[in-house]
Structures are given as C-alpha cells and as structure tokens.
Ligand binder design. Structure first.
Ligand code: PNS
Length: 165
C-alpha cells in the first residue's frame, strides 16, 4: 500500500491545497493530510478546528485521511510508516525553501519529497492571502470551499472585535 503525507498549516485549507490532495489521491492508495505547526506563522484556527474543516471538505475522497502532529514532520513519517511527503509548488519563489526542507527531511530520516506543480489557476493562492482579503471583507469564495467562507469571516470578525476591546 503506497501512502503519502500532505503536510501543512492549512489555516485554512484552500482550493490550491485541495487540488494537490485530490490529484495525489488518484496516484496513491492513501493520502494523509497532516496539520502541523509552522513556527514562523501564528494561526487563526486551532488544530482541532482545522482538522474538522479539512474532514468536512475532503469527505468525498475515501482514501484521504486527516491527522495532526506537533513535532518534526519526519518523525511523524517514521512513526506512521509513511515514506513520502507530497507538496505543491506554486512558483519559483516556493522552490528554494521547499528544496531545503526536502533535503533536510531526506538527510534526517530518509523521507522522500515529491513535488507537484500547482494548477496555474491556484498559483498565486495562499492561506495568508485569503485571510488578508477576508479581513477587509473581500470575496474569498473562489479560493476556499463555500462552507469555510462564513467560518473564516466569523473568526476574523471575532478577532477584530477582541482587538478593539
Ligand atoms: O503550510 P505551511 O505553513 O507552508 O507548512 C509548513 C510545514 C508545517 C509543513 C512545515 O513548517 C513543517 O514541516 N513543520 C513541522 C516541523 C518540521 O518538520 N520542520 C522542517 C524541518 S526543520
């Protein structure tokens, strides 16, 4: 059985992530979406909320599972016996960092990384941009699933109101 992991912060999951997950689910027996902590970013949703949202929008893919991990990605891979990481590359700007991560992950525990090119329609898309657009009441319905739009708007409104008080 060929299993791969799609890791990320998914804060929140976007159509760009979903495109990679869907394509990977056609190539491998099982795809595990792992919600990990990115120490360089602060998150809007808790890990439990992100898992719930991902489960909701991947329910149509029977071989896609959702999990979380708070340590090194390679330790997750070793513990779960998943030898391959799948990542989407949006543009050359992603490349340096992703190459470095893939090399260190291979050097640390022999875990391979496969890169898939993001669909051109999603090449500019990131969770951070989606949050920024939504925080100014912009329309994000082309970037994240409909069921997540109101959830995102509510959370941003809550954050804004607690900041004012
Ligand atoms: O969606 P993101 O924020 O680009 O995902 C980055 C993520 C979470 C996959 C990456 O930061 C990660 O793997 N974090 C876990 C810790 C780790 O293994 N770091 C890389 C080796 S130093």
């Amino acid at each position: 059985m060929k299993r791969v992991v799609c890791p990320g912060s998914f804060d929140p999951i976007t159509f760009g992530h979903l495109d990679i997950v869907e394509r990977a689910s056609k190539m491998f027996d099982e795809v595990v979406i792992a919600v990990l902590v990115n120490q360089t970013k602060s998150s809007l949703f808790t890990v439990a909320e992100r898992i719930e949202m991902i489960q909701e929008v991947t329910v149509q893919f029977p071989n896609v599972k959702v999990d979380s991990w708070s340590g090194l990605l390679v330790d997750y891979c070793v513990e779960k016996e998943i030898p391959i990481i799948v990542k989407g590359l949006r543009a050359v700007t992603d490349f340096d960092y992703e190459l470095q991560m893939s090399q260190i992950n291979f050097q640390l525990k022999g875990i391979e990384t496969l890169f898939m090119s993001t669909a051109p329609a999603h090449s500019f898309l990131s969770s951070s941009l989606v949050k920024e657009i939504a925080s100014y009441q912009g329309d994000v319905s082309s970037y994240i699933p409909a069921s997540l739009v109101s959830r995102l708007q509510e959370r941003l409104a809550h954050v804004a109101s607690t900041r004012l008080n």
